[in-house]
Design a protein around this ligand. Structure first.
Ligand code: ADP
Length: 416
């Protein structure tokens, strides 16, 4: 109980005691007590009415009163002051936020749950031609009429960003859900980066094609020379032949990678019976392995959508790696299963394993944990980069679990 309320009760008791004493003297105790209580009630109703009026339009001037009501106004006035201060602070923050987002180099758009534009910054009006004042409230798909963008927005799956062409610009767009059904769209112009990427890809592809012809000629001559080799030329010729073969493998894998990169998304995927494909990969691996390992096969009856040849290359690369990096006599497993999340195809080995710090970089081109070992076993350093690219084209992802000295498992997840 507050001090003001205690004081108010004490005053009421005093008031009633005076009336009681007066009543005892005059002999009208009940009448006096009732009148006294009525006066008290009217006083409170009067003050309640004043309070309601003040609350409808609060100002720094509170009505003149006393007692408990004075305390009520005092507390309300301070609450009102605190709220005004907080509102002013919030407005300031909001203004600063708007200024900052206006200055952002990225196009930023706020959408409501019906995909109508609530706000956008200057960069968005440059990128998409929005008109300040006119386009707020418009449905975004009426303004950005681009099929890829419309289908991306309608799918409501915003985990991966969207890359699309819009009026000779290449745009990378992210949509971030926030609050209830609202979205923050952030887009940036990646035309320059995309052109550089194309140039790099074209260069690698052209250079590889150009190198292929002289290498084929060299291989032919080396083979010819080996037929008439002498004791002194045998060793150098063998070394030259091995290195030429390595270069040929690197070049064909570079060409393969460039081809895969040209189209980021798979066109016309077919339905693939995994069992058949896996048996083919298994047979190929068995002949490569020549009985050095125990290779097990454990398959579920699954079919997935994709490109047969590409998937064969991916699983074959994983199995070949398992053979290369596993000591003789150990077991390698090629397995597949499906659950409510999708299908999983994997390769498990009891090989040398990979230390944790290397795992995130394994799919980079030419990244090797141990360069000498990779060369020794005939690796090009591109196998896992190709696997990653193929899986990406299939909307699948790669997970690697490994313990040095115990072995590794490569899981390829294909979502439903
Ligand atoms: P490489 O042709 O050198 O094998 P990859 O891209 O296929 O190139 O693999 C990259 C590196 O990852 C390899 O050099 C090797 O160090 C490591 N690696 C790949 N698979 C395995 C595996 N099953 N066990 C251990 N290390 C592996």
């Amino acid at each position: 109980m507050t001090a003001a309320l205690r004081r108010e009760i004490a005053l009421l008791i005093l008031w009633l005691a005076i009336l009681l004493v007066l009543g005892l003297f005059t002999g009208h105790t009940l009448v006096l007590l009732l009148s006294g209580l009525s006066v008290y009630t009217v006083w409170n109703i009067y003050n309640l009415n004043r309070l309601t009026r003040w609350l409808m339009n609060p100002s720094r001037h509170t009505p003149e009163t006393w007692g408990f009501w004075d305390e009520v106004y005092y507390q309300l006035y301070h609450l009102y002051k605190r709220q005004r201060k907080a509102r002013r602070k919030l407005t300031k923050i909001l203004k600063r936020f708007k200024k900052t987002t206006q200055a952002l180099p990225y196009a930023t758009i706020l959408l409501n749950s019906s995909d109508e534009i609530e706000w956008f910054n200057t960069a968005a009006s440059y990128m998409f031609g929005f008109r300040t004042g006119l386009d707020v409230g418009q449905c975004i798909v009426n303004l950005i009429r681009q099929p890829e963008f419309i289908s991306y927005l309608n799918k409501r799956e915003f985990k991966k960003p969207l890359e699309f062409s819009y009026h000779s610009q290449k745009i990378l767009l992210n949509i971030i859900p926030y609050a209830q059904g609202q979205f923050l769209v952030s887009a940036r112009d990646i035309t320059q980066r995309s052109q550089l990427d194309d140039m790099r890809r074209d260069f690698i592809s052209n250079a590889s094609h150009e190198l292929r012809t002289p290498l084929t000629v060299m291989s032919g001559y080396i083979e010819m020379l080996r037929e008439s080799e002498t004791e002194s030329t045998s060793m150098p010729l063998l070394k030259i032949q091995q290195q030429t073969q390595r270069m040929e493998s690197i070049i064909s894998e570079l060409i393969e990678l460039a081809k895969l990169e040209t189209a980021a998304i798979l066109e016309n995927p077919e339905s693939i019976e995994l069992e058949k494909l896996m048996y083919e990969v298994f047979d190929e691996a068995k002949s490569f392995d020549q009985g050095r390992h125990v290779i097990d096969l454990s398959l579920d009856d699954i079919s997935i959508k994709g490109n047969y040849d590409e998937l064969r290359v991916a699983f074959s690369n994983l199995l070949t790696n398992a053979i290369r990096y596993t000591p003789e006599g150990k077991t390698i497993q090629l397995f597949s299963y499906s659950d409510e999340m999708g299908a999983c195809i994997g390769v498990k080995d009891e090989g040398i394993g990979i230390a944790y710090e290397h795992l995130s970089r394994l799919t980079e081109r030419f990244y090797r944990v141990d360069e000498g070992r990779s060369r020794e076993v005939g690796g090009t350093g591109l196998g896992l980069a190709i696997v990653k690219q193929i899986l990406e084209r299939h909307g699948a992802n790669l997970r690697i679990v490994s313990t040095p000295g115990e072995g590794s498992t490569f899981y390829c997840y294909f979502p439903i």
